[in-house]
Design a protein around this ligand. Structure first.
Ligand code: HEM
Length: 479
């Protein structure tokens, strides 16, 4: 029997919110809550729908199989959006995240090598020193009863870790007062989030205050990053063996610049230094912040996590050896559940390089597609009692679980050839900081009347997460 093929439906047949002439759905979208609005529309219009932002047609998809396929079929059939590439190009940030094709392949190779798990073990003593600095910072805040802006402190931590691992430089922004590199990095993501979704690139013709603030931040960042690169070049000139055996990402890029056939330009090096700073900073800091917020909301889980940490690391204040960070299954279950409900990347965006069939629709090449990655991990069909915060689900054996637990739909780090190369570094930081926190501090919101909410600024961060730390009474706890 010959299978009868249903003809593909066209883009225009897709359901979607109606919108206004010319503006489309623009007025219904607030960029800081963009993801929430798209998730709500998926409740109404289903797993594949269309919308319009001014003249731009956008496809929104929350079908798990289609999302996984699109992630897998890169870079040949799908790419990141041209809007992202254009915006990062004009900011001089065309690094591994926004490059495509061959350009991407050669950059990805060197980034993946530099962030490889094999480098994490020898790096752990340095990560421990940086975590100790964070602990001392929080101890000072506890002693003076000063409120702590959790995301900001954690961003200092993550920048110190990235610069140490990837560039071999001890920035120590945790113990530095005054202007620091994060203040410039902070300005990039919100503007990028706005620009990649904007209906019209007005900033190419007219600079508003926010564009001028970005220009200043990028100018300062350029100075700071050029200094980092110059430092490393000096170090390598003094020790030529580093060209043969580079010890970190930046040395490897500079060495490759001289090697035949690879041909990294100064602009490639600059863009990738910025890319690693940006990709490693907000993501990891905000993931830890969301997890801590769940600890604040669930003191019973905090007590359990603390007992687990005590059993593994006492009498030390933080894990002495990297292996210990992998011996805390409840902590791992807890942050996994936090990432399922509050992933810092709830969306991903791509476009097809050819016309493609997605869920029975013919989607023309070049169509901007937003994928609702959080939504697929928050559906009953994939995770039972999906909206509950339940770390236990990650620990229960499959035969006793009694409800779906489809980890293939859990994509906090993406998947396929472009999945996050910093995943293992990020998980190591998350485990080390959470262990240090549980072991040393009691924690609560500085103002419990303030609601902690989601804000999308390229990554999804918690607002109002200002906390008070209190030193834990270790002596009595261990008596
Ligand atoms: C909890 C922390 C982190 C989360 C949740 C996260 C998440 C992600 C996601 C969702 C992507 C896109 C993946 C895709 O398109 O399939 C990505 C890409 C990327 N991440 Fe991360 N990330 C984190 C930490 C880091 C760190 C610490 C670094 C490095 C210092 C890093 C470097 C990168 C790079 C370079 C890319 C681009 C990869 C490519 O396009 O080939 N990330 N990350």
């Amino acid at each position: 029997m010959v299978a009868v093929q249903t003809p593909l439906r066209s883009f225009d047949e897709l359901p979607g919110p109606p919108g206004l002439p010319l503006l489309g759905n623009l007025l219904e979208l607030r960029f800081e809550k963009f993801h929430r609005q798209l998730e709500q529309w998926a409740d109404t219009y289903g797993p594949i729908y269309r919308l319009r932002i001014g003249p731009r047609r956008v496809l929104v998809i929350s079908d798990a199989d289609a999302i996984k396929r699109m992630h897998r079929e890169r870079p040949d059939l799908f790419r990141r959006t041209r809007a992202l590439q254009a915006c990062t190009d004009e900011m001089r940030l065309k690094g591994v995240f926004s490059s495509e094709g061959e350009d991407w392949r050669r950059q990805r190779k060197i980034v993946a090598m530099a962030l490889n798990t094999a480098h994490l073990k020898p790096f752990y003593p340095k990560l421990r020193v940086i975590t100790e600095r964070l602990m001392r910072r929080w101890q000072r805040a506890a002693d003076s009863a000063a409120p702590v802006d959790l995301c900001r402190d954690l961003m200092r931590f993550t920048v110190d870790v990235t610069t140490q691992l990837a560039f071999g430089i001890d920035f120590n922004t945790l113990e530095t007062q005054g202007p620091v590199i994060q203040q410039n990095l902070d300005k990039v993501f919100p503007v990028l989030n706005f620009r990649v979704n904007a209906p019209f690139p007005y900033w190419r013709y007219l600079r508003l205050p926010r564009d001028r603030a970005l220009d200043r931040a990028l100018g300062d960042l350029e100075g700071q990053v050029d200094e980092i690169i110059a430092d490393v070049r000096r170090r390598m000139a003094a020790d030529r063996s580093l060209y043969e055996a580079p010890t970190n990402f930046l040395e490897a890029m500079i060495a490759a610049q001289e090697a035949e056939g690879i041909g990294f330009s100064d602009a490639d090096i600059f863009a990738n230094v910025c890319t690693l700073l940006l990709a490693g900073e907000d993501t990891t800091a905000n993931t830890i912040a969301w997890t801590v917020n769940f600890f604040i909301e669930h003191p019973e889980h905090y007590a359990r996590a603390r007992a687990e940490v005590d059993a593994v690391i006492a009498p030390e204040a933080l894990p002495a050896r990297i292996e210990q960070t992998g011996e805390m299954p409840f902590i791992e279950a807890f942050y996994s559940e936090a990432m399922r409900l509050k992933p810092v990347a709830p969306l991903n965006a791509m476009e097809p390089l050819e016309d493609v069939d997605l869920c029975g629709y013919l989607i023309p090449r070049g169509t901007a597609i937003t994928m609702l990655n959080r939504r697929i991990a928050n559906q009953e069909a994939h995770f039972g009692h999906a909206t509950d915060f339940d770390p236990e689900r990650w620990l229960a054996p499959a035969e006793t679980r009694g409800c779906p637990h489809d980890t293939s739909t859990f994509l906090p780090f993406g998947t396929g050839p472009r999945f996050c190369p910093g995943r293992n570094l990020a998980l190591l930081q998350i485990r080390t900081v959470l262990a240090m926190l549980c072991r040393n501090f009691d924690i609560g919101l500085a103002d419990p009347t303030q609601r902690v909410e989601e804000k999308l600024a390229f990554t999804m961060m918690p607002t109002n997460l200002v906390v008070r730390m209190r030193r834990r009474e270790l002596a009595s706890a261990e008596a």
